[in-house]
Design a binder for this molecule. Structure first.
Ligand code: NAD
Length: 338
């Protein structure tokens, strides 16, 4: 099938081209993001392939359908940027990659925790200047500390297991369904309020829903133990950024490591190093010595990219052959994951 692949970076083009050897689709790689002005680039393409930050709203979907497109293939798990009702209305099917590599994200979350807790980025910055002084670099052992895992699905379960069995932490968890396999290794489920009040470190792995939005807010920070370390590789809006900054300024929060940020759509995935960034909250976050931010890269491993490419191209082949779409987004779902 002829496919317009929007918003591609070199790594997307490489992985999709390699995986396409088994499918033979006619892939047209495009650098621009999908929006109303770039829709004409998809004219005549039966499918388009997009990412988390492409605009797939009603206007764009109508224009795509008029141009002959029948399938939207998201090369990610999240679908909150797609107007599913509009897609249904204009007869466009939406597929995604529900799970590509939970290990990629889980390992990155642990990496962020170790990096911020042991002050590795600060140490590296010093060493590069031949400053080998250790003042200000004192960390804490992970062993024996109490860590909270919010959301113990595919990623959270791996993190909980690594912390419990690998590092010897005391692990508390909160989820709407408990995982008996985690309970069997001594992970203790408690309600979220209790978890946030008890733990020394919290790592977030639940999806963004109306119920989880700003689950770390001023009240939660107030009730937390002094020196709380927060890791978020899930969704930016799980944390109220303004409250987080206040918590850092008040020295209530010990350290923060984020791979996601509430307003990341305006920043992440692009080189803005020559630009003036006008997001004052984000800029303030970057000034704290105990904050580490990465630009939504937890998923970015060779294994995950290969799995994303393979699943996406297989879904396109299924659509072309008229087979059922195993990874079709259920239009009854409203909030997805990225
Ligand atoms: P998953 O669906 O397997 O697990 C999510 C878990 O959260 C489930 O167990 C679910 O029951 C639980 N949950 C739902 N509502 C909850 C609530 N109110 N309180 C506590 N738990 C709740 O998803 P996953 O594959 O483990 O992914 C987790 C999150 O990681 C995703 O939502 C996504 O936002 C994020 N993610 C980030 C990246 C990245 O690159 N940074 C990549 C992939 C996924």
């Amino acid at each position: 099938m002829r496919v317009a692949v929007f918003n591609t970076k070199a790594y997307d083009r490489r992985c999709l081209t390699e995986a396409n050897a088994a499918f033979g689709h006619d892939l047209h790689f495009l650098e621009p993001r999908l929006d109303l002005t770039t829709v004409p680039l998809a004219r005549g393409c039966g499918a388009i392939c997009v990412f988390v930050n492409d605009r797939v709203d009603a206007e764009v979907l109508e224009a795509l359908a008029t141009g002959g497109t029948r399938l939207i293939a998201l090369r990610c798990a999240g679908f909150n940027n797609v107007d599913l009702a509009a897609a249904d209305r204009v007869g466009l099917a939406v597929v995604r990659v529900p799970a590509y590599s939970p290990h990629a994200v889980a390992e990155f979350a642990i990496g962020l925790l170790l990096a911020i807790d042991r002050k590795i980025p600060r140490a590296w910055a010093r060493v590069r200047e031949n400053n080998f002084a250790l003042d200000g670099l004192i960390g804490r052992n992970l062993h024996g500390r109490t860590v909270g895992v919010v959301g113990t699905g595919k990623i959270g379960a791996l993190v909980a297991r690594a912390l419990k069995l690998g590092f010897g932490c005391e692990v508390l968890a909160s989820d709407i369904v408990a995982d008996p396999a985690l309970e069997a290794i001594g992970v203790r489920y408690v309600d979220r309020r209790e978890l946030l009040a008890e733990v020394e470190i919290v790592t977030l792995h639940c999806p963004l829903t109306p119920e989880t939005r700003h689950l770390i807010d001023a009240a939660a920070i107030d009730r937390a133990r002094d020196g709380l370390v927060i890791v978020n590789t899930s969704r930016g809006a799980l944390i109220d950024t303004a409250a987080l900054i206040e918590g850092l300024k008040a020295r209530k929060i010990g350290a923060v490591a984020l791979d996601v940020y509430e307003q990341e759509a305006d920043l992440f995935f692009e080189d803005l190093s020559s630009e003036i960034v006008s997001d004052d909250l984000f800029q303030r976050l970057l000034t704290f010595p105990n904050v580490l931010v990465t630009g939504h890269q937890a998923f970015l491993t060779e294994e995950a990219l290969e799995a994303i490419a393979r699943t996406t191209l297989a879904s396109i082949a299924d659509a072309e052959a008229g087979r059922p779409l195993a990874n079709r987004v259920d239009t009854s779902l409203i909030a997805g994951s990225r």
